[in-house]
Write a protein that binds this ligand. Structure first.
Ligand code: FES
Length: 308
């Protein structure tokens, strides 16, 4: 008798009266792996996301194909024999059972509620990473406000329409003319360890508001700046923004600039690997702006690609 017991996973021929259980499939696991890769890629690298999405789509297709194979391969129903008139009323169209209706309704409602709860959360969590959070060009006012060789702490709005949350600070130094063109060193105050505001190491003067074509800009001269310090974890930088001590991983970010109608305009920020030389003669290793804590050069950029 024991030999007649059916074992799990065993397919038996028994005259076709017993249902066939579907064989185990690896497609769901591969699909889940693809989704996991997509999520990891959102943190690490866009290309990992793309590869994960491709894997997820391919294995979802294979999974659906396998799940629907029996339906697709079901033999065509034989033609019913012609009805013999009996004088009785013909049966109506086929009807669905209550259990099937409840099953469909429950699944549909579950999917709807899941979508309503999940989609906004995903949107708020993931969408900002794909939205341009760029930076408007900012009018910092007339060049005369920036005396040669002196750092001026400059506070401005990086996005006109976003108000106070877009207030930023940069340290601006006029280096004098180079090849007949005014040269400026413009360093961001954002510490490249974890983003705290750095402070100039010098003698602060009075601040003043300057009316420009944008919102007011606040300027404060700082005399004899020897470098910049971060109050959070002791990060230190020299007067060109190079890291000299503490946990920051690169030099302070800088801003592009332009001169328009006698005014200094701040452009886009960019990241810096290292600066050699000083002032107008500085040679800057420039990179696309990276978040604090991210290496932009050297082998570390390969080993530590994740934004903290
Ligand atoms: S945030 Fe500046 S040293 Fe940590």
């Amino acid at each position: 008798m024991a030999d007649e017991l059916e074992r799990p996973g065993e397919t038996r021929e028994s005259g076709g009266s017993e249902p066939h259980l579907p064989s185990p499939s690896i497609w769901p696991f591969a699909f889940a792996g693809g989704i996991a890769l997509v999520l990891v890629g959102l943190i690490v690298n866009l290309w990992v996301t793309v590869i994960g999405a491709i894997i997820a789509v391919v294995f979802a297709f294979l999974w659906i194909r396998e799940a629907t194979r029996e339906v697709r391969q079901a033999p065509a129903e034989p033609e019913p024999p012609p009805a013999i008139p009996t004088g009785e009323e013909e049966p109506g169209p086929a009807r669905y059972g209550r259990a099937r209706f409840l099953e469909g309704t429950t699944l549909g409602l579950g999917a709807l509620i899941g979508g309503i709860v999940t989609v906004p959360v995903l949107g708020f969590a993931v969408a900002p990473a794909f939205v341009d959070q760029g930076h408007d060009d900012v009018d910092l006012g007339p060049l005369e406000n920036f005396p040669e060789g002196t750092f001026v702490t400059t506070t401005f709005y990086s996005k006109e329409d976003e108000g106070t949350v877009s207030r930023r600070t940069a340290f601006v130094r006029y280096n004098g003319p180079k090849d007949g063109v005014p040269s400026f060193t413009i360093i961001s105050n954002r510490c490249v360890h974890l983003g705290c505001p750095t402070q100039p190491q010098g003698l602060p003067g009075d601040s003043k508001d300057v009316e420009t074509s944008a919102r007011p800009v606040t300027l404060a001269e700082v005399a004899s700046v020897s470098g910049f310090g971060c109050p959070c974890h002791g990060g230190a930088y020299d007067s060109e923004g190079n890291r000299t001590a503490g946990p920051p991983v690169r030099s302070l970010d800088r801003y592009e600039f332009a001169i328009k109608n006698g005014n200094l305009w701040l452009g886009k920020p960019y990241s810096v690997g290292n600066v050699s030389g000083q002032g107008a003669d500085a040679e800057i290793e420039a990179y696309r702006q990276a978040d604090p804590g991210v290496h932009v050069d050297g082998p570390e950029q390969i080993f530590y690609p994740v934004t903290p």
